[in-house]
Design a protein around this ligand. Structure first.
Ligand SMILES: NC(=O)c1ccc[n+]([C@@H]2O[C@H](COP(=O)([O-])OP(=O)(O)OC[C@H]3O[C@@H](n4cnc5c(N)ncnc54)[C@H](O)[C@@H]3O)[C@@H](O)[C@H]2O)c1
Length: 347
């Protein structure tokens, strides 16, 4: 998929996961085009490396149909990896129409352009939050989402599930080859401040010599997956057989790790790190807790030959620390938190 048939277009490619995907696809020999509202963040540019200056970056919003269509028509991608979305969960809960117009409408725009312009395969980024309460472990892609009394988490989860449903509709109506990736808690250098998963807010202040005091969240468990391993899964899906599953979770498949364990590893990796994470749970943590569970990565292993490079959280955090230090040593300025951002555990 890609190259002789055309490049791979990565929406949201200037963001966190997108930058790792761009880097991985370039390493695998693909030509890559990025579609994003924004330019590369400094951290994303660092992840992509020198190639960032030669990767075409087409600016536009994913809900801008004429602009997206124009870009797909110009570049004629063989495949599209759609990661662009609004991820500010409290904002989307307060503004469900934005979740619909940008996160659902954007995904539908990607699929509509793909079917009209003959894109071979489309990978849509969803989330584990399409599940509400885990009913069994390990969780696999046959796990229910909407149930008799519970549904996906908030406007963000609802929009992701709606986009997944449309991806089935496009397959049924037009035979479009749509695939879905449901990431768990993605971490790594370059991650967004909006990720409420207690990694960025612990690692980066600790590296800058600042005390970390988070009121709560220490016992909150997650399957933390490194962005490079999510990118590896995307590459495997693009190169994978047509009869592979349509939906893959992106986790490590290992036992869950807590934010408290993240703090403990950071204390071990960064001499003098002063990290304290309280044990209570925020309302956001409480909403997440019911669906956090061990994820089955067996389908990705068996069908796609995927293996995580950072199966162990400690190895992934070492990579984060190393990349952050290299970025700062090269003169990079870390992106500050957006104004008004509430840190996880702040109540
Ligand atoms: N980070 C996680 O833990 C996590 C977990 C589950 C799912 N996901 C999903 O993975 C995807 C990537 O997440 P991320 O962590 O890289 O986020 P990110 O915020 O770092 O990157 C998103 C990118 O999309 C772009 N974007 C936002 N709105 C846009 C719009 N309207 N039009 C075009 N571009 C737009 C942003 O500029 C940014 O470059 C998202 O779809 C997210 O919902 C992430």
């Amino acid at each position: 998929m890609g190259n002789e048939r055309g490049p791979v277009l990565v929406t949201g490619g200037a963001g966190f996961a997108g930058a790792y995907i761009v880097r991985r696809l370039l390493d695998d020999g693909y030509e890559v085009v990025v579609y994003d509202l924004a330019d590369f963040r400094p951290e994303s540019r660092f992840v992509v490396g020198d190639d960032a200056s030669r990767v075409p970056l087409e600016r536009g919003s994913i809900d801008n149909w004429p602009r997206l269509f124009e870009v797909v028509q110009t570049h004629r991608p063989a495949a599209i990896v759609h990661t662009a979305s609004v991820m500010d969960i409290p904002f989307l809960d307060a503004n469900p129409t934005i979740a619909l117009s940008v996160n659902v409408g954007g995904a539908v725009n990607v699929m509509e352009a793909s079917r009209l312009l003959g894109v071979d395969r489309v990978v849509i980024f969803s989330t584990v939050a399409v599940m509400s309460e885990k009913r069994y472990e390990p969780i696999d892609a046959d796990h229910p989402t909407v149930m008799a009394r519970v549904g996906p988490l908030g406007a963000y989860g609802a929009a992701k599930l709606a986009a997944e449903a449309f991806s089935y509709a496009y397959r049924q109506s037009f035979g479009l080859d749509t695939r879905v990736v449901r990431p768990s808690a993605v971490y790594g250098f370059g991650m967004s401040w909006n990720a409420p998963n207690y990694v960025k807010n612990v690692v980066e202040p600790a590296l800058l010599g600042q005390p970390v005091r988070l009121a709560s969240g220490g016992v909150m468990p997650r399957d933390y997956v490194h962005a490079a391993d999510v990118a590896g899964l995307v590459a495997a899906i693009l190169a994978g057989p047509a009869d592979a599953d349509r939906v893959f979770f992106a986790g490590t498949g290992r036992p869950l790790r807590t934010a408290g364990e993240v703090g403990q590893i950071v204390r071990e990796l960064i001499p003098g790190a002063d990290v304290a994470i309280g044990e209570g749970l925020t309302e956001g943590d409480k909403a997440e807790l019911p669906f956090r569970g061990v994820i089955s990565m067996d389908p990705a292993r068996a069908q796609l030959g995927w293996e995580p490079r950072f199966g162990d959280l400690r190895d992934g955090l070492v990579d984060y620390v190393d990349r952050f230090r290299a970025f700062v040593a090269a003169g990079g300025t870390p992106t500050p938190p957006p104004p008004g951002l509430r840190a996880p555990g702040s109540g």
